[in-house]
Write a protein that binds this ligand. Sequence first.
Ligand SMILES: *[C@@H]1O[C@H](CO)[C@@H](O)[C@H](O)[C@H]1NC(C)=O
Ligand SMILES: *[C@@H]1O[C@H](CO)[C@@H](O)[C@H](O)[C@H]1NC(C)=O
Ligand SMILES: *[C@@H]1O[C@H](CO)[C@@H](O)[C@H](O)[C@H]1NC(C)=O
Ligand SMILES: *[C@@H]1O[C@H](CO)[C@@H](O)[C@H](O)[C@H]1NC(C)=O
Length: 335
Amino acid sequence: MKLLLLSLSLICTAFAIPKKPTGRIVDCDSPEANDAALEALHYINTNHHHGYKFVVNQVEEVHVQPETANGEIFYVELDLLESKCPWVSPTPVENCPVRPREEQAVEGDCKVKLQKQGGNFTVLGVSCKSKPDSAENVFLACPTCSLLAPLNDTQVVHAVDAALLNFNNGNNTVHFKLHEIGRAQIQGPANIKAQVEFVIAASNCSKEEANAALDSCVALTGQGAYYGSCAASVTKLPGAQDEEIDVQCTVYDPQVDQTGVPSSGVPAQPSVVHGHFHHNLRHSSLGPHSSESNSAEKLLHLHHPKTPTKRSLGKKHADPNALVRPLCPGKKNFF
Ligand SMILES: *[C@@H]1O[C@H](CO)[C@@H](O)[C@H](O)[C@H]1NC(C)=O
Ligand SMILES: *[C@@H]1O[C@H](CO)[C@@H](O)[C@H](O)[C@H]1NC(C)=O
Ligand SMILES: *[C@@H]1O[C@H](CO)[C@@H](O)[C@H](O)[C@H]1NC(C)=O
Ligand SMILES: *[C@@H]1O[C@H](CO)[C@@H](O)[C@H](O)[C@H]1NC(C)=O
């Protein structure tokens, strides 16, 4: 209880508005800002148990508070982009390709508070939101592409069920259950083609056991749990009864800690996200340091009121008494 109170008061103190917000100048594209961004990204990816891993697209702002006995406090605002690696994938995020624009990539915006001590960053607070890229941007990149469909759309759910049935029929070893629908796009109306991505969880049944008593098969949990991810397209040609199903799944080894995906903390229940087009970062549990409160939302802007940066001030600015602002935002890594 004492510990809890202590940490609560620490967070409150930490989120209070500093009187003199003038610490060191750290540019958004500096190696130091990059280190902070990577630490924040790691925190976000390990605590976001839905959808896809994110990559850093741009460091928007960096603000540093003057050093105290506890080190320095960094406020960093990051623009993130969805990658193609589902959150259950053991692939290190450095190797995860970014989601192309054509697929209406989800963009994340995170305000992160970190402590830097002895050269190491620790995340103290995170506040994120996310949304899919705009229709305009998608159609600019690909005029014939389709936008994200709601994850509970009947055609999407049907396509996922059909694809999973197809995959399970081809696997004699283990019966898999649906864990989460990650994203979906539907083309139509002539040939209805649903392109879906979903996460599957191994159950305690073999194919034969599932055939005999499907209702008693449950997804494995705890240390024995393992997952896979599938991409499928299900096409219904006009007038035809049958559907063309193309499904590809990758089954991952049981999760171990060094993959960055915690072996505990995995949601035992599949997630249903009615009416949503993607897995919003805001709806995810980002661990003990995240906050959906106002104070966290304002976290960065309170501390770092929008003022001209070095870049926008340019060379004209020669007043030595004027506040020097970091060179921000940084470059975009992708788009
Ligand atoms: C910083 O991290 C390194 C590597 O993890 C560790 O060896 C070192 O003790 C840390 N320093 C501080 C001050 O925490
Ligand atoms: C069937 O399930 C096993 C066990 O999880 C997995 O290793 C294998 O890749 C799956 N087979 C196919 C064809 O995907
Ligand atoms: C799977 O687990 C459920 C619930 O624990 C149990 O009722 C069922 O018999 C198990 N099935 C197999 C094949 O082990
Ligand atoms: C999807 O969810 C939304 C919001 O809960 C609901 O209004 C809509 O009817 C659902 N669609 C289907 C097809 O279930």
